[in-house]
Design a protein around this ligand. Sequence first.
Ligand SMILES: Nc1ncnc2c1ncn2[C@@H]1O[C@H](COP(=O)(O)OP(=O)(O)OP(=O)(O)O)[C@@H](O)[C@H]1O
Ligand SMILES: [Mg+2]
Length: 308
Amino acid sequence: MVKIEELRKNYGKFQALDGMNLDIKKGELFGFVGPNGAGKTTTMRIMSGLLSADGGTVMVGDVNVTAHPTKVKDKIGYMPDFFGVYDNLKAIEYMEFFASIYGFYGKSARKLCLEMMDLVNLADKENAYVDGLSRGMKQRLCLARCLIHNPELLILDEPASGLDPRARFEMKEILRNLSDMGKTILISSHILPELAEMCTNVGIVEHGKLVVSGTVDEIMSRMNSSNPLVVKFEEGQDETIHFLKENPAIENISIRSDKVYIGFQGNSMEEGRLLGDMVRHGAVISSYGREEGNLESLFMQITGNEGE
Ligand SMILES: Nc1ncnc2c1ncn2[C@@H]1O[C@H](COP(=O)(O)OP(=O)(O)OP(=O)(O)O)[C@@H](O)[C@H]1O
Ligand SMILES: [Mg+2]
C-alpha cells in the first residue's frame, strides 16, 4: 500500500529526512514512532502530497506521490498535528465545508457528515461550535472529516497527543474500529506505549531514518533474545553456575535475590537444549525463561530518548 524509498528532505542546510524507508501493507495499523524532530511529520506531509521531497520516492498504491503529488488526494485522509481556529463555525458546518471540497453538497452531504460524526462518537455535537469542543472532540472531528471521501489510507499525525487517558482510550477504540473496517492506518507518536498495544506493526525513526521496523511480535522477540535468561533453582545452583561458566555461548551470569540471570544469545532451540543440559547436570529448576522485555525499553535503548 505504501512504499517509501530513500526519501530525503532538507530545510535549508538542515537534513530532516536522511534516506527514510517505509513499507506498509494493506490493512496494517502501523505505528510510526520517534522522538521529537525525528522526521515523522515531514514524512507524512510528503506522503500526503503537501510537501515536496529532495530525493527518493513515495508510492501510495499505484500513485507515485513524489512525481504526482495531487493524485494521491483521493486515496488518503491526512490528519495534521494541529487543529486550526474556526470562529463561529458549528461542527456540522465544518464537516460540510470539507464535504464540499470533495464534491458532496446538499442533503447527501449532510447525511454523509452525520454518519462520519457518528463513527467518531460525535453524533450529538452537530450544532456545537467547533471552538467550544474539548481537545479530544476536536481531534475526533478532525478524524471524521478525513473519512468523508472514504480514503483507503489514513495518515494521522499524533492523533492522541494532549488527550487525557479517557479521551485517548476513546480515540484508540475508534482507530481499532477503522482498522477492522479495512482501512490502512499510519499513526505517529513520540510515545511508544501509547501505540504499541493497538498497532499491528511498528517503525521506529530517528534522525530522519527508519531504525527498526516489523510486527510488534517480531520486535518483541528480537528484543527478548538480547534479554537474559532468568532461572530459579531449587537445587544445584552453585554447581550449575560453575558448569555454565565453561559454555562459550554464555556471556555473563549474575545472581539477584533468588534468581540467576544468564546472558545467552542463543535461539529458542538452543535455549531448550541449555535447560536440558542443566537438568542432566543435576539441577532442579522451578522456573526458566527470558526476562520479559517491553517495547518501551527497546525504544529507549534505540533512541536514548526519554519518550516523555
Ligand atoms: N519548515 C521547517 N523549516 C525548518 N526546519 C524544519 C521545518 N519543519 C521541520 N523542521 C525540522 O525538521 C526536523 C524534523 O521535523 P518533523 O516535524 O518532521 O519531526 P517530528 O518527528 O514530526 O517531530 P515531533 O515529534 O516534534 O512532531 C526537526 O528538526 C524540525 O526542527
Ligand atoms: Mg511531528
